[in-house]
Design a protein around this ligand. Structure first.
Ligand code: NAG
Length: 458
């Protein structure tokens, strides 16, 4: 190797000029350019010759190569490589040269590299070691009840970007829900249902949030529940759609008496469900029969009926009585009366009416109507129920009490309480008679029963 080459190597000895901070507190505006030193006056110092001013780069360094060696770092032709400290970015020329006009060939500064300010996350927070500067480490935490998903820490990298991705705080814990206890209730008296109430379930979420979105599947509290089992379900979702559910049972029991039976030749009409606690049954007898015993029985709480079962016995009309009252009393609350009166058998109205009544017998009997005939004038006066004769004094009293004339044909319809409800002065068809009874005299229950037996007389 030649001596000359060795000398050249020596001339290339690296001379480093370390940057100095200018001492500004504000990192954002503190950039340091390679600035010309205005106070500089070139000096002809041949031991340490300076052509350009000494390079100074804040937060960075200049590495200069002088063709004349390490001590000649500001001489003409010196070339400097400029670089910034870790965490700083170079703005401007990466290398400058000392030029004949005693200036460096360009300007350069180092700017601090910053990451952007990390956004806040829902239900969590973070704290950073050095704000948004390079190498700052930010640690995330979640609020109580939330779990972190994603990167727990992020670091500001050299390039001014954060490592990793933003984590999320999610609610993984389902809420808790507690239903009220199951319950058994008895149906209200006279009903198969009862109102059942309860307090709404107690709901808690691990996050402490108030959960309003509780849904009920089943009947509302305070509504009427029918006999049997009812499952009441509640469910709730927290904000993260974690679900919790609970259920309980409402059972309604109906206390029942033995099923009541209709008596022979009679029938029953009952309220409610026939034999549940509080049901009332009414006993009725068919046409031509009368009830012996109570009319109504009630199903008691102890599952037994009040009173004994009544019976229906054949209705016996005693015509061998001496007063109209004694005769009428026998029909009281049992049967209706149609009293037909005529001065003689040959009366045209009577003949026609008699013919029609024969035809209507069955329908009238179904409607609990008994026909009494008052025929002729004294002394050949006749009073009869079918073929059974009445005493003359009874006939007389009936005419007086009901103001029935002997002079002409007439008819009087009495209800089951003996009250005069309709009068007729001319013959009336069976259809019209039945219509009157059905419309004005029948009780609702009787009418329903009659409708079921419409073809009974055909
Ligand atoms: C049910 O209660 C009624 C009235 O309180 C009472 O007369 C009857 O004896 C009771 N029946 C039974 C089977 O306990």
């Amino acid at each position: 190797m030649s001596k000359r080459f060795l000398l050249l190597l020596q001339a290339c000895t690296v001379a480093k000029v370390h940057g100095q901070y200018e001492g500004s507190g504000n990192a954002w505006s503190s950039y340091n350019e390679v600035m010309p030193d205005t106070r500089y006056t070139p000096q002809l110092d041949y031991r340490n010759p300076r052509w350009c001013y000494t390079l100074s780069l804040s937060d960075g360094e200049a590495t200069c190569y002088s063709p004349r060696g390490g001590n000649y770092r500001s001489t003409l032709g010196t070339r400097c490589q400029l670089s910034c400290d870790h965490g700083y970015r170079l703005l401007g020329r990466a290398s400058v040269q000392c030029m004949p006009n005693r200036r460096w060939s360009g300007t350069t500064r180092c700017r601090q590299i910053r990451c952007h300010v990390l956004p806040l996350i829902d239900r969590g927070t973070y704290s950073c070691t050095e704000g948004v500067a390079v190498d700052s480490r930010c640690d995330y935490t979640c609020e109580q009840g939330y779990e972190m998903e994603g990167d727990r820490t992020r670091t500001c990298l050299d390039g001014g970007v954060w490592s990793g991705t933003e984590p999320t705080c999610t609610d993984k814990d389902p809420p808790t829900i507690k239903c009220p206890p199951s319950r058994v209730r008895l149906a209200s008296p006279g009903r198969r249902t009862t109102k059942v109430s309860w307090e709404p379930p107690v709901v808690k979420d691990t996050t402490g949030a108030l959960l309003a979105d509780v849904t009920l599947k089943g009947q509302e509290p305070g509504s009427e529940f029918t006999e049997g089992m009812h499952v009441i379900r509640y469910k709730v979702y927290d904000q993260a759609r974690n679900k919790a559910a609970c259920k309980f049972i409402v059972r309604v029991e109906v206390r029942r008496c033995p099923v009541p039976k209709a008596p022979l030749h009679g029938y029953l009409t009952c309220s409610s469900d026939r034999n549940n606690y509080g049901a009332v049954c009414k006993y009725h007898c068919e046409a031509g029969y009368e009830r012996r015993g109570t009319q109504t029985r009630v199903c008691l709480f102890n599952r037994s009926w009040t009173m004994a079962v009544p019976v229906c016995v054949t209705m016996e009309i005693n015509t061998d009585v001496r007063t109209a009252a004694a005769l009428l009393d026998q029909f009281y609350e049992k049967r209706r009366l149609l009293i037909v009166s005529t001065p003689d058998y040959s009366n045209q109205y009577y003949k026609l009416q008699n013919m029609m009544l024969q035809r209507a017998g069955c329908g009238l009997n179904l409607r609990q109507v008994t026909v009494i005939e008052l025929l002729g004038l004294p002394p050949r006066e006749v009073g009869r129920i079918k073929d059974r004769q009445l005493h003359p004094e009874v006939i007389e009293e009936l005419r007086q009490a009901l103001r029935i004339s002997t002079a002409r044909f007439s008819m009087v319809l009495l209800d089951e309480h003996g009250i005069d409800r309709e009068r007729f002065v001319s013959p009336t068809t069976p259809e019209e008679l039945c219509y009157l009874v059905d419309t004005y005299l029948l009780e609702e229950e009787e009418r329903e029963r009659l409708e079921k037996n419409t073809d009974y007389c055909d």
